[in-house]
Unconditional design. Structure first.
Length: 157
């Protein structure tokens, strides 16, 4: 990427500085999130109300950044499988992270809720159903509407 950017600007030598600033800024942002988790109460309540389901989380972020946020939100323990960026060599849109989550969950059927094109592509490439999340405020209702009608009485989880 450095080579490509170097051809576009005379400021290419500043890219390492920008990368360092981005890393520091990202760490500060996640530290703030750990003190005030960006998880809607409805989403946390829904996750805690689904003990009969195996729930996983796939993210390209690092464990050290995400786990404190999940812990602060009170939802870390609802996940039976966690896959972080460092757990796979190829990230989304490659299917690797979702395939690893699927193996860890050992589930018969997996439904993925994703908010990015790369995530949808990754889940589909892994052979999983993917549901687009367009607004995190409505995630709980989207999950209920997707899982409950199909799963209740279906006998398979």
């Amino acid at each position: 990427m450095h080579e490509a950017l170097a051809g576009l600007t005379r400021m290419a030598h500043k890219i390492p500085d920008l990368e360092q600033q981005y890393t520091v800024s990202k760490e500060r942002s996640f530290a703030r999130m750990a003190s005030n988790p960006p998880v809607y109460p409805e989403t946390a309540a829904l996750l805690q109300s689904l003990p009969e389901y195996k729930i996983g989380l796939v993210t390209s972020a690092s464990r050290s950044i995400v786990e404190p946020v999940l812990e602060a939100a009170g939802i870390l323990r609802v996940f039976q499988a966690l896959v972080f960026g460092g757990d796979v060599a190829r990230h989304k849109p490659a299917p690797d992270a979702y395939l690893l989550a699927g193996r860890r969950l050992g589930a018969n059927r997996i439904v993925v809720f994703e908010d990015t094109d790369a995530g949808i592509e990754s889940a589909n490439a892994a052979g999983f159903d993917a549901v687009r999340v367009t607004d995190c405020r409505t995630l709980a209702a989207l999950v209920r509407g997707t899982l409950r009608p199909r799963e209740l009485g279906a006998g398979e989880k």
